[in-house]
Design a protein around this ligand. Sequence first.
Ligand code: ADP
Ligand code: MG
Length: 252
Amino acid sequence: MNMINARDLYKDFGKLAVLRGVSLEVGQGEVVAVIGPSGSGKSTLLRCLNRLESIDRGTIEIAGETLAASGSAGQSHYAADADIRRICRKMGMVFQQFNLFPHLTVLENVIEAPLTVKGLKPEQIIPAAKELLCKVGLWDKRDSYPSRLSGGQKQRVAIARALAMQPAIMLFDEPTSALDPELTGEVLRAMRQLAREHMTMVIVTHEMAFAREVAQRVVFMDRGEIIEAGLPEDIFSRPAHPRTQAFLAYQG
Ligand code: ADP
Ligand code: MG
């Protein structure tokens, strides 16, 4: 069973067609990197997968459950609200801009969703939160506020926070783009560790070397379409499509 089955997604913002028939399948434990120029629809694709944006047309199945399906009139219909929430909880997301709660400490950020969404008690979650913060190397920062952390530390907290909900899938939207180069390594390390543990991941990234190393499949998007997808060595060494070739040449 695929963890993500997205078929023929269409999404307009007003007159702008941002997704134009995008299909994406992600198997269990698979790591897929999505690359492509700015404005090509990469963030919108991720945001549609977890219902931060709605699709106009197409079908989205997450771990065998239908989030949205095309009706007979072409328009997509979503599952009931309670089902949407439950299905989307299977996905954790990490954003470029961290999105930590500034008024909560590192530990409070990590336990916030399990506390409020799952209704668990702190003593039920703190052992797992400790394990996650140790894993990303930030247990000693548990009582710090985000403003006292470096960008790399903030992003590692954001990863731990997403993992605290025990998602089956992790979506990353350019998690290192807001970081100084010397801080990207520590975030990529945490992601590499997740990949080793066979977390299913979709990673939008500009880090081509990382995508090549960690992804089992690379998807190149341009102007709302998937132009080319395949094994990292094929996409990076032998891109078939002129637009992929041009994009990769421009990346240096
Ligand atoms: P990428 O992540 O590949 O840079 P995006 O998915 O962010 O691309 O954006 C694709 C296009 O959709 C861009 O032209 C962007 O300006 C536009 N867009 C994204 N979000 C919105 C929105 N909420 N309202 C209107 N236009 C948007
Ligand atoms: Mg984006």
